[in-house]
Structure formats: C-alpha cells, structure tokens
Design a protein around this ligand. Structure first.
Ligand code: CTP
Ligand code: CA
Length: 230
C-alpha cells in the first residue's frame, strides 16, 4: 500500500516536458540538427504518468515512440518549441526542458532547394535562437517548478559543477540536471548518470536506466514544489 501511494505522488499535477532535438531548415530538404533522441524526455513523461500526473510532451523530432497516455504536441524548430512551451507551460505545476534546442537558426532559409554553384563552397549565416528556458523562467508562476538540463563536456567533476551552477543562475530555473557528455556516451543510450543541482549546489545524483533517472528528477522536483508551496 505504501508503495502504491508513493507511486501516485503526482496525482492532480500538470507536467509539461519537452523532448528531442529541434531542426533549423536551410531549405525545404536540409536542416541543422543535433543527435538528441528524446529518450530522456520520453522516460520522464512515462514516469510522470505512472505517478499520476497529467502530461503534455512537446516533441521535437523524436527517434522513439511517445507513451500512449500523454498529450503530444509536435514541433520542428526552436521557434516552434518556444511557442508551444509558452502555451502549454502557463498552467503547469512542473516544466522540464529535456529537449535539445538548436542554438542557431538560418538567417535566410531558402524557400526552394539550394543548388550547387560550380565548385564553390557555401557560407551559411546563422543567428541565435530564443532561449526557451530563460523565457519560461522570466514569467514563471510562483508555484511552478522549472527544470533544465545541461549536457557538458568537462575536464573533471569540479569543472562540471561550476559550469552547471553558472548555467542554472543564467537560466533562472529551480533545478538543473547535469550530465557529463565527454565522449558522447549518453546520446541514444539507455543508461544515464546525472547530478541534480539547485542554486545552493547538489541536491541528488542518479545513475542507471533513463527510467531510474527520470524518477529521481521527478522526486527532486516534487521536493522543490513542496518547499515553494509551504
Ligand atoms: N534551452 C532552451 N532554449 C535554447 C537552448 C537551450 O530552452 N535556445 C534549454 C535546454 O532545453 C536545456 C537548457 O536550456 O534545458 C540548457 O541547454 P544548453 O544547451 O546546455 O544551454 P545553452 O544556454 O544553449 O548554452 P550552451 O549550449 O552554449 O552551453
Ligand atoms: Ca545549447
């Protein structure tokens, strides 16, 4: 009975999770993207459903099937992700930005397929996309918990932590899930290893399947929510 009750600790909560990687088109058939599979965000969505939450998954080019019991909002680019998050996050208790948004978009995408011109190269002009997470933090309802992710390559754990603290402060989110991607191991992998930090430092670590890590992130978020509500 205890385990069953604990498993429903998100009953009545609205959770919005972004997952996958955004794509910025150069022309109708080519894009700049990244290797995020969306597995971590999908694991979070599934875990939140199991714990009783109502879940919206804002899905950017997932390489995996979203769970059946979530509302899926498909997006392509970072601008589309930003617009969808603005709509869906407004009434959420918990918002997790597990997606990997492209940081740059093409200044002037071609409406028609680009053709090669002799043996000339191609210069692409890019501009920064909007920072979705920082934008959400800027108009966060007081009760809402906002969680970011940061995949960093760091020389050692101390550097990883320093990068994480600076990023959390810059974004203005309540929690940041940090993982070390030196070597590129996590992309598309089933296993993950993370450190969860708040503005004061480490609050939890988790290692194992993305499901295990997802539950740890939800538990840390729920602890923050209780603190905000008290
Ligand atoms: N993020 C976002 N909007 C962007 C870029 C990132 O909301 N345009 C979110 C990601 O979903 C993640 C967090 O911000 O939750 C950190 O992403 P990351 O790429 O590590 O941070 P950046 O600010 O883009 O910094 P950089 O890539 O230069 O390290
Ligand atoms: Ca980035």
């Amino acid at each position: 009975v205890g385990a069953l009750m604990a498993a429903q600790d998100l009953a009545g909560r609205t959770v919005v999770i972004s997952a996958g990687g955004t794509r910025e088109h150069l022309d109708p058939v080519r894009f700049i993207g990244n290797s995020s599979s969306g597995l971590m965000g999908v694991a979070l969505a599934r875990a939140a459903v199991q714990r009783g939450a109502r879940v919206t998954l804002v899905a950017a080019n997932l390489a995996t099937e979203p769970p059946a019991a979530v509302d899926v909002v498909d997006v392509g680019s970072t601008a589309e992700l930003a617009a969808a998050m603005d709509v869906h996050a407004a009434a959420a208790d918990l918002v997790v930005m597990a997606a990997a948004p492209a940081d740059y978009t093409v200044t002037a995408p071609s409406p028609v397929k680009l053709k090669k011109s002799g043996d000339a190269g191609l210069n692409l002009e890019l501009v920064q996309t909007t920072d979705v997470l920082a934008g959400l933090a800027g108009h966060r309802p007081p009760h809402q918990v906002l969680v970011g992710f940061a995949a960093e390559t760091a020389a050692d754990p101390a550097e990883l932590r320093a990068l994480g603290q600076a990023k959390l402060a810059r974004k203005g989110c309540q929690l940041l899930v940090l993982n070390d991607v030196s070597g590129g191991a996590v992309f598309g992998a089933e296993e993950n290893q993370v450190t969860i930090i708040d503005a004061d430092g480490e609050v939890a670590t988790a290692a194992g399947s993305k499901t295990t890590v997802a539950h740890a992130i939800l538990s840390a978020s729920e602890a923050v929510r209780k603190r905000l509500a008290s």
